[in-house]
Design a protein around this ligand. Sequence first.
Ligand code: ADP
Ligand code: MG
Length: 701
Amino acid sequence: MNPSLLQTPINYLKGIGPNRADILRKEIGIHTYGDLLNFFPNRYLDKTRFYKINQLQRNSAEVQVVGKIVNIRTVEQKRGKRLVADFIDDTGKMELVWFRGHKWIRENLKVNTPYVIFGKTNWYNGIFSMPHPEMELVEEYKKNLRTAMQPVYPSTEKLAKSGITNRVFSKCMQQLFIESGGKFYDPLPADLREELHLLPRAEAIFNAHFPKNQELLAKAQFRLKFEELFYIQLQLLMKNLLRKKKIKGFPFDQVGKNFSEFYEKHLPFELTNAQKRVIKEIRQDLGSGAQMNRLLQGDVGSGKTIVALMSVLLALDNDFQACLMAPTEILATQHYNGICELVENLGISVRLLTGSTKTAERKEIHEALRNGELHLLIGTHALLEDKVQFKNLGLAIIDEQHRFGVAQRARLWKKNHLPPHVLVMTATPIPRTLAMSLYGDLDVSVIDELPPGRKDIKTVHRYDTNRLKVFAFLKDEIKKGRQVYIVYPLIQESEKMDYKDLMDGYESIAREFPMPNYQISIVHGQMKPADKDYEMDRFVRGETQIMVATTVIEVGVNVPNASVMIIESAERFGLSQLHQLRGRVGRGAEQSYCILMTGHKLSADSKTRLETMVSTGDGFEIAEVDLKLRGPGDLMGTQQSGVLNLKIADIVKDNDILKTARYHALQLLKEDPNLELEKNKVVRFTYSQLVKKKNIWNYIS
Ligand code: ADP
Ligand code: MG
C-alpha cells in the first residue's frame, strides 16, 4: 500500500459519512485510514460455537444462535413500549427484545428469513430472551469476511448512541482492507523481522482485526506491540543522540583543588560502590563536551546529596557556578546547613535563597551571583526568578524532581548562554520499564545500594483500636532517647477536615504525652514558614521528642535520631508516599520502626498497599506494585503521560517486549546512527513521519 493512502481522511471510506467521521474524530481521535487501522480491539469473542435454543443455559454469557423470526409485536409496559420478536429454530422458541429504535427495526427485520443472532440471554417468564441482539442474515453472514475470533472494539457511550457499533467497526475495517488490497508497507527492516520471527505487518494487522485463530492472534499482537515500542524507544534514543550532538556543553576537564581536597580530607565516610560508580558516570558526562542531562535515582537514604555536592565541586574547579534547587523550604534549608558543614574548610561561598529571604539579603545574593563571588546557590523555586542571574552557571541540580514541572526545569536551561549541565535527583523510584519509556532521552544513574550499617525498618500495620499499645511503645522508645514522627494525611480536596484531624490528633497526643516530660513539635502547611522552621529546628536539635506533622515532611528531612514513624490513616496515602515517609526514619544506627495505623474498613487496594509496605523495603519493588495499582498515567501525572498513549502495547504487561524493543533500537542505532543504510530505509521513513507528528513528549526541552 502506498503510505499516503494511510493519510486519507476517514470520511472517504465507504460507509463513513461526514457525521460518523465527525464522531470518530472527536470521540476517539480517528482522523485517517491509518488511525482506523491502528484502532485495535481490546478483546475477542469466540464465535466458533452455535447454540440451539434448547441448549441455552441460565447464565449471562454471550451466545450465537441461528433461527428465524416468526412474528413481531409491540408490548406496552409501564414506561414506554418494547418490541418483541419470536425467534425459533428446530428445537424451540425464544424472544428478541428491543427497547429503542422500534421503527427502524420493524422496517428492516425480515420475517421467516434465517438470521445469525448474537448476544446475552435472560431467562424471564419461562422463556429465554435476548435484548438488542446483534443480527445478521445468514446469507450475508456467509459472504462476509469472518473469523472464529470476533474482535470487540473499545466503545464509548457516544459511539454506541450514534450507531457506531462493533459491527460497524468490523465492516469499516473490512472496507479498509478491500480498498487497500490488504497491503501495508512494513516499517521494520527485514533483518530484524527475520531475527525475531515477526509476522509481516500486513499479516499482523489483518490478524489483529480478523484473527484466524488464537495462535495467529498472539503472533500478530506480539509483532504490533514490538513495532510500537520499538519506535518509541528509537525516537527517545535518537533524541538523546541529537541533543548530545547539537547542544554543546561546558567542558569540565579539570579535577581540581576542591574536588581532590574534599575527597581526600573531608569526606565524612567511605563512599559506597554505587556512589563511586555514579560519580564516575557524572564525571564522564561533564568532561565529554556535550551537555549532561542525567537522572539520578536512589532510594531514600541512599546518599544522593554527597553525589550532588561532589558534582558541584567539579563545577567550581572549572570556574563555573552551581545551584541546587529543592522543592520545599525545609529541604533547601537542610541541604544548605548540611553542605555548609561539609565544605567548611574548602573556602567556597554558599548561600541560601528561598521565598522568605529578606529583600536586603536577596539583593546581596543577586549581586554576588552576578559578579561571581558566590559559588553555590541553594534554594527553592526562588532560584528560577529572572532576577537571579549568574555570572557563569555551569551545573544545575534539582532535588526531588517529581515535585517540579517541566516548564520550571526548562527555565534553568536559560540561566547561561549555553545550557548548564543538569542533574535531576529523585527518591521516588520509577519502575525501570517506565523510566525507560519516560526518560529514554535522559541518561539514568542508579544508586542501588544503601550505606553500610543500615538496619531494615520494621514495618507493621496496626488498627486504631490498638492505639494504646502503640502509645506505650512510643513511650519506651522515647525513654531510650529516640524521637518519633506522627504523620497525618493532608490531601487538598478535604484540607479543612484533614486539618481538624491533625489538630484533634495533636490534642490527644498532648494529653497522652504531657509536658514537661514530653515536648511536642507540630508542622503543617498552613503555618508561616518561620514558625515551621522554628518547630522543625527544635525537633532537629532534639529539644522535642515528638513531631506531629502532615506530609510536608515527606521529602528529604534528615533526623538520624528519629526512629519511629507513625502514619495515621495510612490507607489514605499512596504507596510511593508511604515509602517516602518511612524513609524519614532508619537514618541512624538504631533499629527503626514504621507503624501504619488504619481503621478496620479497608478497600482491596488499600490492603495491597499496606501489605506491600509491610513485606518489603525495596523502593523499586514498591514502585512496581504502585504502577500496577494505579496505572502509568496516574503515577506520572497527566502531563507526563503523553508518551503512554499506546495503541496496542501495555507498558505494565508488555514489559518484556519493551526491553526487547529497546535493545534492538539501541543495536540499530549503534550500527547506523544516522539511519543511512539502505536496509534501514523504511526506518528512516517511518521515523521522519513520527517526528512530523511529534508524538513523543518532550521531557526537558
Ligand atoms: P538521600 O539519597 O535520601 O538524599 P542523603 O544524601 O540525605 O540521602 O543521605 C542519607 C544519610 O546517609 C545522610 O545522613 C548521609 O550523611 C548518610 N550517608 C550518605 N552516604 C553515606 C555513606 N557512603 N556512608 C555512610 N553514610 C552515608
Ligand atoms: Mg535527599
